[in-house]
Design a protein around this ligand. Structure first.
Ligand code: ADP
Length: 376
């Protein structure tokens, strides 16, 4: 990239639209906002709001490209990809694997193509970072022919965030990314873990879809597949009801009746036992994954925590990583409390593994990838 770029980044979620206008190479955020609670059919209004805000800030003419976060790129789309109708059709089709995420991205892309028809527009995929996962990590142990015929394999998501925070944590620690091994934890409404060796991922917790792995806001993560068979055969469930259970009525929501950590913590403090159990299950799952990934990596230099929950809930960081002294992880309670959203090292000086809180910035990461692709 030789010239300066001004990139509009759109991150369309299931019920919200985040956007940022980023100047590069400085990374300065010129404008940004989070339009929340978009219901079905509300996309036109939300998008008009974004376009109007960009116009009002006098930034419309200066835009050089648009970047879109897309959760699932499937086998075909690995790196950042210039958008055209064919790519859009693929993204739409991959909605079967990411039904909460790809459809809103398509809504955003269609509107952005109409609003800024002369700008290059690029999809950056959450699965992209995990393209080179080793086969032992991408394979499900089911009939090989069935898996091949149906395209059943593990992909991994939140890659934009895992890649970004792994890089930032190395900077915070003053280490070369190529020299260290890390376990990264993205704890937001969606949540996932990754094992990163020398900057490249070797394992991650999400699979074919974003349902696998950690406990999340409304998704429960790992589940014995026998539970699904049981509900189908004996519970009167069909695919649609299972879909609803797994995407909307599981995780913290399913266990405690709320998917928001602020409400969960308030309920625990008010003595709610279901909220307490949900919190403990959430922490227990994180601890299991950290232990497993330390085994995959044969030890690590750092555990990195990010995401809306990871950045904001200090007691969750302390509780989830408690009792891991034998594995070399010791969170320092004072450092942790004072860390805010980071970047900050929150481990004790005696901790063999550094624990680092890093605020993620998917929009900046996307803008950089877009500028790299479209820049001169
Ligand atoms: P997404 O996966 O949608 O990008 P975020 O990373 O923004 O989600 O995380 C959203 C979640 O973070 C919220 O549902 C909430 O549980 C939690 N969260 C955000 N801010 C706070 C806060 N100040 N205190 C406690 N929890 C918070």
């Amino acid at each position: 990239m030789t010239r300066s770029e001004v990139v509009l980044v759109l991150n369309a979620g299931s019920s919200s639209l985040k956007y940022q206008v980023v100047r590069l190479p400085s990374g300065e955020e010129l404008l940004g906002d989070h339009v929340e609670r978009i219901d079905r059919g509300g996309w036109d209004a939300a998008f008009r709001e974004v376009v109007a805000a960009i116009g009002a800030a006098g930034l419309s003419d200066g835009l050089t490209a648009v970047g879109h976060r897309v959760v699932h790129g499937g086998e075909r789309h690995t790196g950042p990809t210039l958008l055209d109708e064919d790519v859009l059709v693929d993204i739409e089709d991959l909605g079967r694997l990411a039904p909460l995420h790809n459809p809103p991205a398509v809504e955003g892309i269609r509107r952005a193509l109409a609003a800024y028809p002369d700008l290059p527009q690029v999809a950056v995929f959450d699965t992209g970072f995990f393209t080179d996962l080793p086969e032992v990590a991408t394979s499900y142990a089911i009939d090989h022919d069935v898996a091949s015929a149906e395209g059943i394999r593990r992909f991994g998501m939140h890659g934009i965030s895992h890649e970004y925070v792994a890089g930032r944590a190395a900077e915070v620690l003053g280490r070369d990314l190529q020299d260290i091994d890390q376990v990264t934890l993205h704890l937001g409404n969606g949540a996932s873990a990754a094992a990163v060796r020398h900057g490249r991922p070797v394992e991650t917790s999400m699979g074919l879809t974003p349902l696998e792995g950690l406990v999340m806001g409304t998704r429960g993560g790992d589940l014995d597949p026998g539970v699904l068979l049981h509900l189908l055969r004996h519970g009167g469930y069909d695919a649609d009801r299972l879909d609803d259970l797994l995407h909307h009525r599981s995780g913290l929501q399913g266990l405690a009746g709320t998917n928001d950590f602020r409400d969960l913590v308030a309920a625990i403090d008010a003595g709610d036992n279901r909220a307490r159990l949900a919190y403990d299950v959430y922490c227990h799952r994180i601890r299991k994954y950290v232990g497993a990934y330390l085994a995959v990596l044969d030890g690590a230099d750092a555990v990195v925590v990010t995401g809306g929950v990871g950045e904001n809930v200090a007691r969750l960081r302390e509780d989830a990583l408690a009792g891991l002294d034998a594995l070399g992880i010791e969170v320092d309670a004072d450092r942790n409390r004072e860390a805010g959203g980071g970047p900050a090292v929150i481990s004790a000086p005696s901790s063999r593994v550094a624990v680092v809180v890093v605020p993620t910035n998917e929009e900046l990461a996307i803008a950089r990838k877009v500028a790299e692709l479209v820049g001169d």
